[in-house]
Ligand binder design. Structure first.
Ligand code: PXG
Length: 287
């Protein structure tokens, strides 16, 4: 079924949803985006995603032509227009069309694009059995060059690492930072459990501040687990009791192998399962 796409300030048919080949989003990856889940017709953690979008835009000096409240309403409108009950929203803001040069003063009309569609998830056995990872040789962008907290349209860093995962037959790959510390995966944050304490790299490791990561940290504290943000090496990961990833698409997914080593028991661990259950409860209850 053809989708209705929010483009500019209104819904248009998918076939008419077109942007200029001179858009700096296309020419330079100059723009920002969000990926958001819809559960039972409700946009999950909507405000957090809107806030991150506007923070990303501010950091790249992109003025979004809609107010945050209007953007939120546009997302709701797009979800309703496409009858999305359980699905996925891709929210994109580009710099707009400009000249064939880097000068943003020659661009105009940032483009707001909202796509609401169904989502393809990992197969169910990924959740029951857990996934395997490899460490990519491509390190995460140096946060001094481009803050990893900006969810920008330039995802080449992550795509190159993901290719290495794909080549190894895996759906994700672990990325280290410029210091050789554990950063995150190509589209997911990472946690380990050691002696029932949750450990995850801090934002200073050069990671995206994942909204699922934040939600899971809150749920874990509520559940009485100790949670620590700390620098982690691959060695810490190899000797972890449990490992899991968090992300909008993945939710909470166990990692049971890394670089050919078995992690923990080689099966999704009790803390991971508990947190997945708590997270799924949140997706059903959050308003
Ligand atoms: N790290 C990176 C680099 C990401 O891109 C996450 C962590 C997890 O963040 P959230 O806020 O989602 O918990 C992401 C998010 C996709 C897709 O289509 C990717 C993400 C989100 C949604 C969809 O591959 N990445």
């Amino acid at each position: 079924m053809a989708l209705k796409i929010f483009l500019g300030n209104k819904l248009v048919d998918e076939a008419d949803a077109k942007v200029s080949v001179f858009d700096h989003g296309l020419l330079y990856g100059d723009g920002v985006f969000e990926g958001i889940r819809v559960y039972s017709g409700r946009v999950f953690l909507h405000q957090q995603h809107i806030d991150r979008l506007y923070e990303s835009a501010k950091a790249i000096r992109l003025v979004i032509p809609l107010s945050p409240a209007d953007m939120k309403a546009a997302v709701e409108q797009t979800v309703k227009a496409n009858n999305i009950d359980d699905g996925y929203v891709r929210l994109v803001v580009t710099r707009g069309a400009g000249s064939l040069g880097l000068d943003i003063r020659k661009t105009s009309n940032p483009q707001v694009i909202i796509i609401a569609d169904t989502i393809s998830l990992y197969p169910p056995e990924t959740y029951t059995k857990g996934m395997q990872l490899v460490t990519a040789s491509t390190i995460r962008n140096h946060p001094g060059a481009l803050s990893s907290r900006i969810k920008s349209l330039n995802y080449l860093n992550n795509i190159l690492a993901r290719i290495e995962g794909t080549d190894a037959g895996m759906v994700e790959a672990l990325m280290l930072n410029h210091k050789g510390e554990v950063a995150e995966c190509t589209g997911d944050n990472i946690f380990i459990v050691k002696n029932r304490v949750l450990l995850t790299p801090g934002l200073d490791a050069g990671i995206l501040e994942g909204i699922t990561r934040n939600a899971v940290m809150e749920l874990a504290v509520e559940a009485g687990y100790e949670v620590r943000e700390t620098s982690l090496t691959r060695h810490d990961l190899y000797i972890a009791d449990e490992m899991f990833l968090t992300g909008t698409a993945a939710e909470v997914v166990a990692v049971v192998g890394l670089d050919g080593r078995k992690i923990g028991s080689g099966e999704p661990g009790p803390v991971t399962k508990d947190l997945l259950a708590r997270f799924q409860k949140l997706t059903r209850s959050e308003t």
